[in-house]
Design a protein around this ligand. Structure first.
Ligand code: ZN
Length: 140
């Protein structure tokens, strides 16, 4: 009986030690991927508003970035972004990643809790609500 209990406890201990630590999971912020399709000469990002929400950026401002990066006119329709150009999913994800790494993820603490404070003369001041960092970088 005692022998069985001992085994059970050590098994339980081993099971717990193999679980990932909670703190690591929380800080592991994932840049969202685009759900896109090409229709004729246009590309539609179907989850664009969700991506803007994760970035906590204004959808129009975020769309402007995508438009500049692809050098193509864009339209927002019911939370979807329509790019007047054929681009593949991989290319879009590269741009989204670049946006998050430059304009969303804090360069000091690497958390995504930032906001645009002011935009002036081609520069944007970013404020981090997690660590208080404040820095100015080139705006798109
Ligand atoms: Zn920060």
């Amino acid at each position: 009986m005692i022998f069985l209990d001992y085994n059970y406890d050590s098994l339980l201990e081993r099971a717990f030690s193999q679980l990932p630590k909670l703190s690591e999971e929380v800080s592991d912020f994932k840049i969202p991927n685009a759900d896109s399709i090409v229709q004729g000469n246009k590309t539609i990002i179907r989850n664009f508003s969700q991506i803007a929400d994760v970035a906590r950026r204004d959808i129009k401002e975020f769309a402007r970035y995508i438009s500049k990066e692809f050098a193509a006119p864009i339209n927002i329709e019911e939370g979807r972004l329509i790019i007047s150009k054929r681009v593949n999913n991989e290319e879009i994800n590269e741009k989204i990643k670049k946006y998050f790494n430059t304009y969303v993820i804090c360069k000091e603490c690497h958390k995504p809790d930032t906001r645009f404070d002011s935009i002036e003369r081609g520069f944007v001041t970013i404020v981090c609500e997690a660590c208080g960092a404040r820095y100015t970088i080139k705006y798109y």
